[in-house]
Design a binder for this molecule. Structure first.
Ligand code: ATP
Ligand code: MG
Length: 569
């Protein structure tokens, strides 16, 4: 990440090489000071965190410079693309907080215009119909070391080319029978310039143009022209297109388009413990290894939304990562840091017990209930307080009790006293076990003088634990999500393994019968909460059949993985 720019301490946006290019262009008046970006996804899957990076960059720069950013679907391959992917992408980009006004475009909107330009290129002697088979074309293309050879069809007459092209379009030929190629240079050192294909025959139904077309334009032929049609000034793409830039330029020249956009490449975002390839993510979905594209473990935008990650955390992360000119891996703990900081600001605190242990306070009057004021968010005084009910029977976290506590365990144990957050001090008098020897209940006493955590005699209690009143508790299922992969680079699998061999078997644990403070019964789907001492949780989009909410763990309060890696446990 040496070349990347990061957010400065003051929160101001640091410079990066793309901002420098735009500043220089604005200074020289290259585009009359206009800044017009676009985000061009192919609707062949769901958007993921890598796309989020590109979205934040394109829409973010447009916003910053008072410019525009279009959303353009690169829908040139009907065999892989679907309408439902278009819909999901629109929803995801909106949710991330960006807007394209009335500038929603589809490359397929330009099919007729592109075809006319291609015909013009044929007339200008800059394109021809080739009829080699795919294997022959590969053979004629040459290699990195050897130049390619001209196809025997390269010198067809303009009339013959126009005739064949028209018939390709009309659907007269089988797939693979002909292609339209740009006539550039079969000996060019850059293989992309060796007469690249502009159109191939495809008898597929397109989700927008139906069966109107039997030929479809390639990405290279479509992209720059679409940028030009839309008046795009800076066309950002990832580094693998660097070698395509001469072709991008060549097509703009050949098509004689008046407006010239500029292609600029930046490094893809690669995150450790994460896969960012639509193809591999689709494999996880299709093989049933996750519960759909929006499974909360998926690095898709919809998965992250369902997991409870706020859009502001994703935007913050993308800004912190900056833009680099060379590929590298970003530590996933950086994303987790942004998630925790954002949720810390936003999420109200509540009391929730995930693994309940019953506690009976023997000297507390039966049938009595009282309410304590609990702070909603210590980070935000305006969030105020709420009432939580207290009664004779409570639940505490199983992990907060140990029958034989080690030296540094300051929570509850036989004969020990702890503070119940917001409530009283309690002392454990007796441990009740079932026939199997498992602890099923603690019998405790409380000190009525310790209400609200004070003691008149000033005695100190080291542990403070959370609790929920049994009679009032809301009983819920909670899903504990964790990283989907257990190794940092799942896609560089070796020894005959694939990324699928590195799925983290602990990535989802279902906890049933969790006890939550009663106010959470009305928590709305998607809302985020901090369960005190446990982590951040959000209400899943789907409730159980009886309407009880289900909670997803977004993230723990601390980075537990850093410790695991250090100790090797
Ligand atoms: P995938 O391999 O996941 O399908 P893609 O690049 O083929 O990715 P597109 O739909 O073509 O997917 O991408 C739309 C835009 O998002 C492109 O401009 C692309 O460069 C950008 N993009 C895709 N993945 C990343 C990534 N990991 N980091 C940054 N930008 C990305
Ligand atoms: Mg692509």
């Amino acid at each position: 990440m040496s070349e990347s720019a990061t957010k400065s301490e003051s929160g101001e946006k640091a410079s990066n090489f793309i901002r420098s290019i735009i500043d220089a262009d604005n200074h020289s008046g290259k585009h009359q000071g206009r800044v017009h970006m676009r985000f061009p996804p192919e609707p062949n899957g769901y958007l993921h965190i890598g796309h989020a990076k590109s979205i934040c960059l394109n829409f973010g720069l447009a916003r910053e410079y008072g410019g525009l950013c279009n959303l353009r679907f690169d829908d040139t391959n009907p065999s892989k693309e679907e309408l439902r992917y278009v819909d999901s992408m629109i929803e995801d980009i909106r949710w991330l907080g960006f807007d394209w006004g009335d500038r929603l475009f589809f490359a397929s909107d330009y099919f007729a215009r592109l075809y006319e330009l291609a015909r013009q290129m044929v007339e200008d002697g800059l394109a021809y119909v080739d009829s080699l088979s795919a294997a022959e074309m590969r053979d004629y293309r040459g290699t990195l070391k050897e130049p390619g050879r001209n196809s025997p069809h390269r010198d067809r007459s303009v009339a013959e080319n126009l005739d064949l092209l028209g018939r390709m379009k009309a659907g007269e030929f089988d797939e693979g029978a002909h292609v339209l190629r740009a006539k550039i240079d079969m000996a060019a050192p850059n293989i992309n310039m060796r007469d690249p294909v502009m159109y191939r025959i495809l008898h597929a139904e397109h989700h927008r143009t139906g069966n109107d077309w039997h030929i479809y334009p390639t990405y290279d032929w479509t992209h720059g022209q679409s940028d030009s049609f839309e008046g795009v000034t800076h066309s950002l793409c990832t580094l693998e297109f660097e070698d395509h830039r001469p072709l991008y330029e060549w097509f703009l020249d050949a098509a004689k388009l008046p407006h010239r956009p500029q292609q600029i490449e930046f490094a893809r975002l690669n995150l450790d413990y994460t896969i960012t390839s639509k193809r591999k993510l689709r494999q996880l979905v299709e093989e049933g290894l996750v519960d759909g594209w929006d499974d909360p473990r998926m690095p898709t935008i919809s998965g992250m939304r369902r997991r409870g990650i706020p859009p502001a955390a994703i935007r913050d992360f993308c800004e912190r990562v900056g833009v680099a000119k060379r590929d590298g891996k970003v530590d996933v703990s950086m994303l987790e840091f942004s998630i925790r900081s954002e949720l810390n600001k936003q999420a109200p605190r509540v009391l929730a017990v995930l693994k309940p242990l019953r506690v009976v306070i023997e000297n507390y009057p039966e049938g009595q209930t009282e309410e304590f004021d609990a702070v909603n968010n210590p980070e935000d005084a305006s969030a105020g307080t709420r009432k939580v009910p207290f009664s004779r029977v409570l639940y505490i976290e199983r992990d907060d009790f140990m029958e034989e506590p080690p030296r540094k365990f300051f929570r509850l144990g036989p004969g020990r006293e702890v503070r119940l957050k917001y409530a009283y001090y309690i002392t454990c008098k007796e441990v009740v076990k079932n026939e199997a020897g498992e602890i099923v209940e603690l019998r405790c006493s409380y000190d009525p003088e310790s209400r609200g955590g004070n003691t008149p005699d000033g005695r100190k209690v080291r542990g403070t634990i959370h609790w929920v009143s049994a009679e009032h508790a809301l009983t819920c299922d909670v899903k504990l999500y964790d990283r989907l992969f257990s190794v940092p680079r799942p896609e560089s699998a070796q020894d005959g393994k694939t990324f699928l061999d590195y799925l983290n078997p602990e990535s989802l644990k279902l906890l049933e019968g969790c006890k939550l403070e009663p106010g959470l019964a009305s928590a709305s789907p998607g809302s985020s909460w901090q369960f005190e001492r446990l982590g951040y949780f959000c209400v899943d989009a789907d409730a159980t059949d009886d309407g009880t909410p289900v909670f997803n763990r977004t993230i723990t309060l601390r980075d537990t993985w850093a410790k695991i890696q250090q100790t090797g446990k």
